[in-house]
Design a binder for this molecule. Structure first.
Ligand SMILES: [Zn+2]
Length: 252
């Protein structure tokens, strides 16, 4: 018995199978993450050739059977061709897909992460803000969607909203001046990072913005450097995972 299902989503990864096939991982609006086999798609003449590429947004007709899911047809809505035009964009988009694959599961509602990924690719296409800043905003928000968001509106220790001056990624957010200086060893574990008011405000703003407006702000100079370093530290500690594509990304 098999059933047909139409899904809308983004191909996160592709893996070659045999001579002509691929296994695709798709992040879909309807069923979250799903693994499908695309038969014959590596042949240039295949009607599945264009749709069976990573970083492609489209509609996918899936035939589900007990053991495997097969892609039977598809229609491309946006191939995000601009993101495949230079090495930087290829590496960034591959990394964003890998991170999305890590933080999503099958048969769950993953619409927020799908929307985030789509809007991130759209921001890369528009090319209004630097890729390194897009990366940190994406990392910040995907952790939020995964329930690991940074607490940056109050002190993680005492709850005050005043005098927040330090980020402790290990403890999940910001500390006020007096808690950061407290001698208790439990709150001295891990690294502390001093935050300027501007960086703190930028972090709070990133947490607050609706997804559609996420890539509408710019940061410059020291604030941008500090913001990117803070999110990088927080993501490294909270994600606690080695991403294959990160090494190449960090080398550019
Ligand atoms: Zn405190």
């Amino acid at each position: 018995m098999s059933s047909q299902e139409k899904l809308t989503g983004i191909v996160l990864s592709e893996f070659p199978l045999g001579e002509n096939d691929k296994r695709l991982t798709i992040l879909s609006k309807e069923t979250g993450k799903i693994s499908v086999i695309s038969r014959g798609c590596r042949k240039a003449k295949s009607h599945l050739h264009a749709i069976s590429q990573a970083v492609t947004y489209g509609d996918f007709l899936i035939s589900r059977s007990r053991n495997y899911n097969y892609l039977t047809s598809g229609e491309c809505r946006d191939s995000f061709g601009d993101l495949k035009a230079d090495l930087d964009r290829i590496l960034y988009s591959t990394y964003f897909c890998e991170v999305a694959e890590y933080f999503t599961v099958e048969d769950q509602d993953e619409k927020e992460i799908l929307n985030l990924l789509f809007l991130t690719f759209s921001a890369m296409k528009k090319d209004l803000i630097p890729l390194s800043l897009i990366r940190r905003i994406y990392e910040f928000r995907i952790l939020m969607a995964a329930g690991l968001g940074m607490q940056c509106h109050a002190c993680v220790r005492c709850g005050t909203e005043e005098g927040l001056s330090v980020l402790s990624s290990y403890h999940g957010g910001t500390l006020c001046r007096s808690c950061a200086g407290a001698p208790e060893s439990a709150f001295r574990a891990g690294s502390f990072m001093t935050l300027s008011r501007e960086t703190l405000y930028a972090l709070q703003y990133t947490a607050y913005l609706p997804l559609r407006e996420l890539y509408s702000f710019q940061l410059q100079g020291q604030t941008r450097r500090e913001y990117e370093a803070a999110v990088a530290d927080y993501f490294r500690i909270q994600a606690d995972h080695h991403f294959r594509s990160e090494k190449m990304l960090d080398s550019i």
